[in-house]
Write a protein that binds this ligand. Structure first.
Ligand code: AMP
Ligand code: ZN
Length: 470
């Protein structure tokens, strides 16, 4: 498998360094708000990477995705809400798990929280090691990383060394590239803020040390194989993670850096602070299916920005429907027989799909291969050149595609769950029958339309009325 590595700015061949197991770290959500669909573009791209590593490249995974449950934003949020930090962040962790599951994101092996005792201990341990190695200084009870002691500082973000303002300090978790400074590892206690004492003096961790410590504690010895996040994390977060981890261990921290481009709205980055965001619930409330959202977010190459529009979501729905209609047609095949040409065409598509995913996760190309296959097989079915004996082979190819894409399984789940309670649908069908029996056809039509607006289509037949999802 080839992957683009932000560190080298090139595609490189990827294989795990130890035991056929990919040790991968993902910077997870900062849990001061419900994640928006921009965040989920990154998490879905990482999920497709994880699935491709497993199901295309055949590797085992040890994948860690943290929750940032202490930083500048979570502290401010908890204070505003008048809740203890842990209680406040619990809500958003639960919301994230719910949204991630609804979006077909596979559960990863570890989901640590920064404020778990073992993680705070690991942070303190790393800071002590950095102190011993001469990379830090203390001021007013806070501990800073001195960037001038780490000559490789700037290698990921490709910083101009002239611009490094050694000696100047920054306490904020986030700052601009123009503002390269010594950054905080451990912040001295401020009135009203949560505080811990794990050997660095009373205070709380800076955001960057959290990820370095959790990654190495859970994934073991450096270097880890892959570290992922959105492109906005390259600087300062990931640059600082490298400085901390390599400054402490003296070893390379990460072999491959994988960064996902932003989801935009009206050509601006979707973000909580700009207020131009939608949540998963917003998408559901507008009557769209989450399988369509997942499809839309994964259909573009992860290294290209993607502008979110509702029309784009409708097109994703349409594309997905073409796949499910095709699979419905395969299930309904009646003519007997098995055809060598079909087997060959299907195998060709599987090979091309795997090659596309292996080429830096080119999902757009992979989907193109699927639609080429559908087109060819639809023509063959029209010509009666596909038989029941071919159906299993076709279905298992699509099962393989879906191990990586994870949208068809979601759709089956959605189909099994009506958008409104089934009892409500059955009652409406009964009311419509009653109206029609008393020749009130206008009322019957109104009920049919009302269900349609809720996403339910009625089909009348001599056996009675059946409903299905729009
Ligand atoms: P945060 O909670 O801000 O740390 O963000 C969680 C993840 O979402 C990070 O990997 C961010 O880089 C990513 N992210 C934030 N906004 C967007 C966006 N508009 N498009 C894609 N990824 C994003
Ligand atoms: Zn991180």
């Amino acid at each position: 498998m080839r992957l683009y590595n932000t560190l080298s700015r090139q595609q490189e061949d990827f294989a795990p360094v130890r035991d056929g197991t990919v040790r991968m770290y993902t910077c997870g959500l900062t849990v001061y708000a419900r994640g928006h669909i921009g965040n989920f573009r990154t998490f879905i791209a990482v999920d497709v990477l994880r699935r491709a590593l497993k199901y295309v490249a055949g590797h085992k995974m040890h994948h860690v995705m943290n929750f940032t449950d202490v930083d500048d934003k979570t502290i401010v949020g908890a204070e505003k809400a008048g809740l203890p930090l842990r209680e406040y962040t619990d809500t958003y962790i639960a919301a994230f798990r719910e949204d991630a599951q609804a979006l077909g994101i596979e559960a990863v092996e570890d989901t640590p929280r920064a404020t778990d005792e073992a993680n705070l201990q690991a942070m303190a341990g790393m800071i002590n090691q950095l102190e011993q190695n001469g990379h830090t200084y203390r001021t007013d009870g806070s501990i800073y990383f001195k960037i001038s002691t780490f000559p490789a500082y700037g290698k990921l973000a490709r910083l101009d060394h002239e611009a490094l303002q050694s000696g100047a300090r920054v306490d904020a978790d986030e700052y601009e590239k123009e503002n390269v400074r010594d950054f905080v590892l451990w912040k001295a206690t401020k009135p009203g803020e949560p505080t811990w004492d794990c050997g660095c003096g009373p205070g709380r961790p800076g955001w960057h040390i959290e990820c370095s410590a959790m990654a190495l504690r859970l994934l073991g010895e450096a270097p880890i194989d892959i570290h992922t996040g959105g492109v906005d994390l390259v600087f300062p977060h990931h640059e600082n993670e490298i400085a901390q981890s390599e400054g402490a261990t003296g070893k390379e921290f990460v072999r491959f850096w994988f960064h996902v481009e932003h989801l935009l709205v009206d050509n601006q980055k979707m973000s909580k602070s700009a207020g131009n965001f939608y949540t998963v619930q917003d998408v559901v409330d507008k009557g769209y299916r989450l399988s369509a959202l997942r499809y839309l977010l994964l259909s573009a190459y992860y290294r290209k920005q993607l502008n979110f529009t509702w029309i784009g979501l409708e097109q994703a729905e349409e594309a997905l429907r073409r796949i499910t209609d095709f699979l419905g047609r395969v299930d309904a095949l009646t003519s007997a027989g098995e055809h060598g040409e079909v087997a060959e065409r299907v195998q060709q598509a599987v090979t091309a799909f795997d090659a596309a995913l292996g080429d830096d996760l080119n999902t757009a190309q992979g989907l193109g291969e699927i639609f080429d296959l559908i087109r060819a097989l639809n023509i063959a079915m029209d010509a009666k050149q596909v038989g029941k004996g071919d159906a299993d082979r076709i279905r298992s190819a699509f099962a393989h595609f879906d191990q990586v894409l994870g949208v068809l399984a979601m759709r089956r789940d959605e189909d099994a769950r009506p958008p409104i309670p089934e009892a409500e649908i059955l009652a409406a069908i009964e009311a419509r029958h009653a109206a029609r029996r008393s020749r009130n056809f206008a009322e019957g039509d109104r009920i049919r339309q009302e269900l349609l607006d809720k996403g339910i289509i009625l089909e009348d037949s001599p056996q009675g009325t059946r409903w299905k999802r729009k």
